[in-house]
Write a protein that binds this ligand. Structure first.
Ligand SMILES: Nc1ncnc2c1ncn2[C@@H]1O[C@H](COP(=O)(O)OP(=O)(O)OP(=O)(O)O)[C@@H](O)[C@H]1O
Length: 284
């Protein structure tokens, strides 16, 4: 997918470092539904780590446990050595965890620029009184710095031409890019991407894959991604974890995971259904 065909991320020497994120024996239940059962894994600093699995396997539930939207029924989540299992969702952005959503969550009536600034303003932690000296003294510089950083992100994601457009008027591919821009405006150390390529055409997918790789390689962000497109996952991931029915069935480098018989069974099961669906109308 990358034009100059550098070594596969899994072969790149020395990229990933120590664990930045660790899930330890995480289970999650919704009444009688066991969305996750005893999941443990680590994401290393500097890694592109993907979670794959059939529909309903628990991928989004796992990411929601990391982002704080769901609280595990059992087990722990650690980020940068700190137990964040019970940390409020809104505070996770402040400690360096950013995310995008499976379904777009932009403010459609606001411009692209304002949408990204919303992400950035989470960094301004001042209340009215504590912020008074700040507003009298450094507000202008802070605002200038904010603008500069936002413009850098806009350039990076090549969305200059739509910076004043209302987010709701953009194509789906562009909106996904703006959503990514807003998530990285917080300069997270770890970014959680929930199906970043969903609904995109081939060209948009290639662009998005390149942005994700650049974020990882040039901006040093660790990426945890859920993605259904196996080609993309295999192309850009250092390591992959496979969930099926809420359990971890494999974890490792992309090639090894793809060759794993459990994984093939989980996916071949899905493929059989797809072939069946496609065949039926032709017979009728
Ligand atoms: N808020 C919820 N309330 C009840 N059940 C839920 C909730 N969220 C997820 N589940 C259930 O947990 C299981 C795992 O769902 P989850 O959305 O995490 O899977 P997924 O792998 O992300 O699926 P998909 O690929 O379709 O997005 C499913 O059985 C789902 O119905």
């Amino acid at each position: 997918m990358r034009p100059e065909a550098p070594p596969h991320p899994a072969e790149a020497v020395g990229a990933p470092g120590p664990a930045i994120l660790a899930a330890e024996h995480v289970s999650l239940r919704f009444g009688g539904v066991r969305a996750l059962t005893d999941i443990s894994f680590e994401v290393r600093k500097g890694e592109v780590f993907s979670i794959i699995g059939p529909n309903g396997a628990g991928k989004t539930s796992m990411v929601n446990c990391i982002s704080g939207r769901y609280r595990p029924t059992e087990g722990r989540i650690r980020f940068a050595g700190r137990d964040i299992t019970r940390l409020a969702t809104r505070r996770r952005a402040g400690i360096g965890i950013g995310r995008t959503f499976q379904n777009l969550a932009l403010f459609g009536h606001m411009t692209v620029l304002d949408n990204i600034m919303v992400g950035r303003h989470h960094l301004l932690r001042h209340g009215f009184w504590t912020g008074m000296p700040y507003w009298l003294g450094g507000a202008q510089q802070e605002e200038i710095r904010n603008r500069r950083e936002v413009e850098e992100i806009i350039d990076f994601l090549e969305i200059q031409h739509v910076r004043k457009s209302l987010a709701g008027t953009l194509s789906y591919g562009l909106r996904k890019r703006v959503e990514l821009a807003r998530a990285i405006a917080l300069r997270p150390q770890l970014i959680l991407l929930d199906e970043p390529m969903a609904g995109m055409n081939l060209e948009e997918k290639e662009d998005m894959a390149r942005y994700i790789l650049d974020l990882n390689e040039e901006w040093g962000m660790t990426i945890l991604m859920i993605e259904h497109d196996m080609g993309v996952v295999m192309d850009i991931s250092h390591r992959v974890m496979v969930l099926d029915f809420g359990r971890k069935i494999a974890e490792g480098q992309p090639d090894a995971v793809l060759a794993d018989p459990h994984v093939r069974r989980a996916y071949l099961g899905e493929a059989d259904e797809v072939v069946h669906d496609v065949d039926e109308p032709a017979v009728a």
